[in-house]
Design a protein. Structure first.
Length: 129
């Protein structure tokens, strides 16, 4: 299994064998959002640019935007998550994945944070242990 990378907008990205990217929200983001009641994801084959708003997650008290971690085209979205948003709370890095992307520039993955760098970012920016 490939290394997981992270965006400062709290997405995780894992490179799949075919070069596409499995993308989801981090555990920390999901915990901050609370109990998810609705998920809105981008459309199949939608083109996105890094840091563009591509969807949203609604909890019982807030709406949180989902930002594209890099330039890409949507290959697949997790339709099961749309039908049962609670899967995001149950397992955000497993069954709660958001989408599969085909990167426009695969080199952008290397610019995302390693797990260690993401944890350091959380401690510095969000004061989390």
């Amino acid at each position: 299994m490939s290394e997981v990378r992270f965006s400062k907008e709290h997405c995780w990205v894992r490179t799949l064998e075919d070069g596409n990217l499995l993308v989801g929200l981090t555990v920390q983001a999901v915990e901050a959002i609370g109990e998810v009641v609705m998920v809105e994801l981008p459309s199949f084959e939608e083109e996105m640019r890094r840091n563009q708003v591509v969807g949203m997650v609604e909890s019982d008290w807030a709406i949180t935007e989902i930002y594209a971690p890099l330039d890409a085209k949507v290959v697949e979205v997790n339709e099961l998550l749309v039908d049962d948003p609670s899967m995001l709370n149950e397992d955000p890095m497993g069954i709660g994945w958001l989408m599969i992307l085909n990167p426009s520039n695969p080199q952008q993955v290397k610019k995302l944070l390693t797990e260690q760098a993401y944890r350091k970012f959380l401690k510095k920016e969000l004061l989390i242990d």
